[in-house]
Design a protein around this ligand. Structure first.
Ligand SMILES: [Zn+2]
Length: 273
């Protein structure tokens, strides 16, 4: 096991566990090397610093639901208690292993549930990301498909791949949504086969996505605070009303997730995901 602290660049500690995957994400990529002259700026390091700053900004964007912002913050800090993080304190290697039967086949073949394994490399996660790639292809039919790699999916490194500007928010929302679904479904697939575990994560992701779309549509239909049963003065904060144009920009790209059609004097929303 090796631990590094970048000090000036990030307070999070990188923990690299042999064969367990790397925690700390951006911290690992920007770790200072004591052997280098600290007074000589390194262009590669400066570029990496810009990269993680941008990734952190996108992860804390106010358009994201709070629970996704919290999840993204923990993910970028390597703060999710996966098997790799628990490996140094767990009583047995078994406690740190992926519970999916496909990852436990054969004697001595336990796969430690590192972040990379749980969120990307586990066969169930890989199937879920294959489904996600097909979904994204419908949203961006003419573009290069996102590589399903740790740098793109976990670190949000846009020097490797980036969506077009009009889809940027949606990419962040959907990417973090599936990551969170995979994380929340982990350990619940102990008796499931790969396909069933992947379906469960995708179902979880879609259910939350549909709920978010419905909530945003309610904001288009009127001021949701009026039905709260409490005085409006108690409900300080951002104006919750959303215009149909804003809703369309958020959710109606390519008509893949939701669509708006004229109905009378207004609009009718159709859920498509
Ligand atoms: Zn696994």
């Amino acid at each position: 096991m090796r631990a590094q602290s970048t000090g000036a660049l990030c307070t999070a500690v990188t923990i690299e566990l042999e064969n367990y995957g790397t925690m700390g994400l951006w911290d690992h990529g920007t770790a200072l090397d004591d052997a280098e002259d600290p007074f000589q700026p390194d262009p590669a390091e400066a570029s990496a610093a810009k990269g993680w700053l941008a990734a952190y900004r996108r992860a804390s964007a106010p358009h994201l639901p709070r629970e996704l912002r919290v999840f993204a913050w923990k993910l970028l800090h390597g703060g999710l208690p996966c098997g790799g993080v628990r490996a140094h304190s767990a009583a047995s290697r078994e406690q740190c292993a992926c519970p999916l039967p496909a990852c436990r086949a054969g004697a001595g073949q336990l796969r430690v549930a590192s972040l990379a394994h749980v969120l990307l490399e586990c066969p169930a996660a890989a199937e879920a990301w294959a489904w996600f790639a097909q979904l994204w292809q419908r949203l961006q039919p003419q573009g290069l498909q996102p590589p399903i790699t740790a740098r793109v999916i976990l670190m949000d490194d846009d020097s490797v791949w980036r969506p077009p500007q009009r889809l940027r928010r949606l990419w962040t929302r959907l990417r973090l949504g599936l990551l969170q679904a995979l994380w929340q479904r982990r350990g619940q697939g102990a008796e499931l086969e790969v396909r069933a575990a992947a379906d469960a994560a995708v179902h979880h992701f879609r259910a939350k996505l549909r709920r978010q779309i419905r909530m945003d549509w309610r904001r288009c239909e009127g001021d949701v605070r009026l039905a709260s049963g409490v005085p409006l003065s108690w409900l300080a904060g951002r104006q919750p009303v959303l215009s149909p144009e804003e809703f369309r920009a958020r959710w109606c790209a390519g008509g893949v997730l939701a669509g708006l059609t004229p109905a009378g004097n207004g609009w009718r929303m159709t859920m498509r995901c």
